[in-house]
Ligand binder design. Structure first.
Ligand SMILES: Nc1ncnc2c1ncn2[C@@H]1O[C@H](COP(=O)(O)OP(=O)(O)OP(=O)(O)O)[C@@H](O)[C@H]1O
Ligand SMILES: [Mg+2]
Length: 370
């Protein structure tokens, strides 16, 4: 049995018309780092709080370490949690804040001291241990909140947007610290975020949710390369995947503005005889402007006029209108174009995804070929 198992977990808040979390199924292995992502209100915190025991489970069964825990009190579940809106005790020093939970659990003083010493060391808070929260930076406060959770030494670590209060630079460094901490502690972790970059960089597997329903579960690159539907394709990756309304007939893809491209054998095989109206998706980095790809696939090359550019330093984003949609190509920093320039580009044949226009389902199934 998996370490944490969600079997058809549902949550219906009193008075709500429908389930806020609906039929959530997932098996988490011991020591895994799982990220829940999805837009605001999709049920991430609700799901996490059901694991912690702070929110009643209204349907389904939840197992932790082989035991059904639906009715088990939070303190007996073997869980430590960092909340979305954590609050430190303002009148207590860093070390007292970290020790507080252990004191409540009646842990002996010597043991508490050992744990606090360990936590401040591992979190780089040694020189701040006698300071009060108001004299700490946001990142230091965040580490104190993490410290309170890690000293509890539990089997399961739940974190609800622990970095949401930090500025962009601190988020990046805390991301690394949390990953490191996870490697050192080895606690099974569920990490909630609406930031797909955090999920991509930290998690072993990502659970992507929308309106209380799991859309896809998979390793970061699996979701990136083989999104199960248009929602996942659009949510993971920045800038967002390009989408075009197209009509496929035989091997010909026609765009809304009359442009066409001919599908090569591989892409055609993946479509498996499907035709008609659908949505073509392709990531910005898979629209190629370089000479080598032009040589290979140039017979299918397309033209567009740049309407905007983003010079990122390491790469450039070139925006243009094509096929009746706004689109973006991600190109290397050496490929410089100006607004008004005409570009020639190709759709990388193996990277095209085709989505059902109504359901959003991806017609191109994940296969071993990359
Ligand atoms: N106690 C409650 N009673 C009724 N509805 C609630 C309650 N708590 C949350 N909800 C609703 O349930 C839905 C899911 O909320 P939840 O907090 O789980 O979302 P989330 O995915 O964590 O969003 P965010 O990214 O904004 O934190 C929302 O529509 C919210 O308004
Ligand atoms: Mg939340």
């Amino acid at each position: 049995m998996s370490f944490i198992e969600f079997r058809n977990i549902c949550k219906k808040y009193p008075g709500a018309e429908k389930n806020t979390v609906d039929g959530f199924n997932l098996e988490i292995q011991e020591k895994e780092f799982i990220a829940f992502v999805g837009p605001s209100g999709c049920g991430k915190s609700t799901t996490l709080r059901m694991v912690a025991g702070f929110e009643e489970i209204t349907g389904g069964d939840l197992y932790i370490d082989g035991k059904r825990v639906n009715e088990m009190a939070p303190k007996d579940r073997g869980i430590a949690m960092v909340f979305q809106n954590y609050a430190l005790y303002p009148h207590m020093t860093v070390e007292k804040n970290i020790a507080y939970g252990l004191k409540n659990m009646k842990v002996p003083a010597a043991e508490i001291k050992k744990k606090v010493d360990w936590a401040v060391k591992i979190l780089g808070l040694e020189e701040y241990r006698l300071r009060k929260p108001k004299n700490l930076s946001g990142g230091q406060r965040q580490r104190v909140a993490l410290g309170r959770a890690i000293v509890k030494n539990q089997k399961v670590f739940l974190m609800d947007e622990p970095l949401s209060n930090l500025d962009a630079k601190l988020r990046v460094s805390m991301r690394t610290e949390i990953s490191k901490l996870h490697r050192e502690l080895g606690a099974t972790t569920i990490y909630v975020t609406h930031d797909q970059v955090e999920a991509m960089t930290m998690a072993d597997r990502i659970v992507i949710m929308k309106d209380g329903i799991v859309q896809q579960v998979g390793a970061p690159l699996e979701l990136y390369n083989h999104p199960a539907n248009k929602f996942v394709a659009g949510f993971i990756g920045s800038p967002q995947m390009n989408f075009f309304d197209v009509t496929v007939k035989g091997n010909t893809v026609s765009f809304a503005d009359g442009n066409q491209l001919i599908l090569e054998k591989g892409a055609l095989a993946k479509l498996n005889g499907r035709g008609g109206e659908m949505i073509l998706g392709i990531r910005g980095e898979d629209l190629k402007l370089d000479a080598q790809n032009m040589e290979l696939y140039g017979a299918n090359s397309q033209r567009a006029v740049i309407t905007n550019t983003e010079v990122m330093g390491n790469e450039n984003n070139l925006y243009f209108t094509f096929g009746g949609s706004q689109a973006v190509a991600r190109v290397s920093k050496y490929e410089i174009s100006q607004i008004g320039d005409e570009i020639e580009f190709v759709f990388m044949p193996s990277k095209m995804q085709f989505f059902d226009k109504k359901t959003g389902e991806n017609y191109i199934k994940n296969d071993a070929e990359e």
